[in-house]
Design a protein around this ligand. Structure first.
Ligand code: HSE
Length: 436
């Protein structure tokens, strides 16, 4: 019977150091709960000599991956280096050798899912990836275990702390985009390349993982619709507020009549709703199930300690399973691999939801009539409308239209016609509404 779990850690960055701190500070209670001693005996990093904020005594550090991978005494490999190339080699090699693996690497799991999960299911080692989605919120465990008897109909998540921090600072503190991004980076929320955060790619990686667990489908990352927050302007935030909304970057997945939506884009969310009150770097994930109804899980989605919490939870879960059963008891993707089918994601053109449209037009007779005529011809019904007064004596004015539910393709066809009209000064801004 296993008495001690020996860990080899790849990566001594923000999360790696958080894991060392947590395993140290909570050592006694972790031992009580896991039923065995858990210890990091080795670490591999690109800069073995770099000074770290945490105490590394008791951990042998090297720059050579074989130091961990070729050591038969290592039971579990922690992959906390990020990126997809080297991380993939480490994860596959560890699983191949029958070691268990815990990773926080959402990009790897979204983009290289086929190979990684195939290997994880075949390996004698166990596989944990709770930290890959929503940091400290154990949402994967919710989906895999707590909701295992539910038919999940929809998931909506604020699952990128950096984007949420930026949008919150823009709307509550009137800060500009660049300052807010810099602050999020300094706080340790952002990816090494923050483009992934602000362009919605990180949210998409996480959404894809959620979809696999919720819908038991092998979805393709390339089929997701992805739009980030870089085009959100202060005027959109202001108008949204006037109408009782806030703007959030959401990952949305819905299952309807055998079709699956998977999309990432900014959304107008009711300001009074729980999701609308998730601010700063916090994350939240709404799950709708056919028996449980509406649920919401909330917490810190990024940063050293919230992410280490998810990693340590996975380590303990693996220790418990190895100790008692010597193998995985809970399938990583909520079902056995042979139960999972490749499933398509509905093309964005087919998605139906209400829309916010901001036109920038010359202020003169007939303009509104022409816009509404084109929308009407496409069967798009208008919910409410607002024209802002001009700030100077001349120049274009914003006209905002909220539509009832409409199909994306009808909106795109209408805007193609409208944006060519001579009274349109700028291309029309489209933001979709979240349906709670
Ligand atoms: N860059 C991510 C975020 C980190 O901002 O949420 C956690 O995955």
């Amino acid at each position: 019977m296993m008495k001690q779990l020996n860990i080899g850690l790849f990566g001594l960055g923000t999360v790696g150091q958080g894991v060392i701190e947590q395993l140290g500070e909570n050592q006694a209670l972790i031992k009580t709960r896991a039923g065995l001693k858990i210890q990091i005996s080795k670490a591999v990093t690109q800069n073995p000599d770099k000074k770290r904020r945490v105490d590394l005594s008791g951990i042998a550090v090297s720059g050579d991956p074989a130091f961990i991978l070729d050591d038969p005494s290592i039971d579990l490999v922690l992959e906390l280096i990020g990126g997809t190339k080297e991380a993939k080699e480490i994860v596959l090699s560890a699983l191949e050798k029958g070691k268990s693996v815990v990773t926080a690497n959402k990009a790897l799991l979204a983009e290289e899912a086929g190979e990684i999960f195939q290997k994880a299911y075949q390996s004698k080692g166990l596989f944990g990836f709770e930290a890959s989605v929503a940091g400290g919120i154990p949402i994967l465990r919710d989906l895999r275990e707590g909701f295992s008897g539910e038919r999940i109909t929809a998931i909506s998540g604020i699952i990128n702390g950096t984007a949420n921090y930026i949008l919150t600072q823009m709307s509550k503190e009137n800060k500009d985009f660049a300052t807010a991004l810099k602050e999020a980076q300094e706080a340790g929320y952002a990816e090494a390349d923050p483009t992934f955060d602000i362009e919605g790619v990180d949210t998409a990686h996480k959404l894809l993982i959620l979809m696999k667990l919720a819908f038991n489908g092998l979805f393709n990352f390339a089929d997701l619709y992805i739009e980030g927050i870089t085009n959100i302007e202060p005027i959109d935030i202001e108008v949204a507020q006037e109408f009782g909304f806030v703007i959030k970057l959401l990952g949305t997945a819905r299952a309807q009549a055998g079709a699956y939506e998977g999309r990432v884009h900014p959304c107008l969310v009711e300001a009074e709703s729980m999701l609308g009150n998730v601010n700063g770097a916090f994350n939240a994930v709404e799950v709708f199930g056919n028996f449980v109804g509406h649920t919401l899980a909330y917490g810190s989605g990024a940063g050293s300690h919230p992410t280490s919490s998810a990693v340590v939870g996975d380590i303990i879960s693996i220790a418990r399973q190895l100790k008692v059963a010597g193998q995985a008891v809970i399938p990583p993707l909520s079902a056995d691999l042979n139960q999972l089918r490749p499933l398509p994601i509905l093309p964005m053109e087919q998605v139906i939801c209400p829309f916010y449209l901001r036109f920038t037009v010359a202020d003169r007779v007939g303009v509104l009539a022409e816009i509404t005529r084109i929308l009407g011809a496409e069967g798009i019904s208008i919910g409410s409308m607002l024209q802002k007064e001009r700030s100077s004596s001349q120049g274009p004015v914003p006209v905002i239209i909220f539509t009832h539910k409409a199909k994306e393709e009808a909106i795109r066809r209408s805007l193609k016609k409208i944006d060519h009209l001579e009274f349109i000064a700028e291309s029309t801004k489209v933001i979709r509404l979240h349906e709670g």
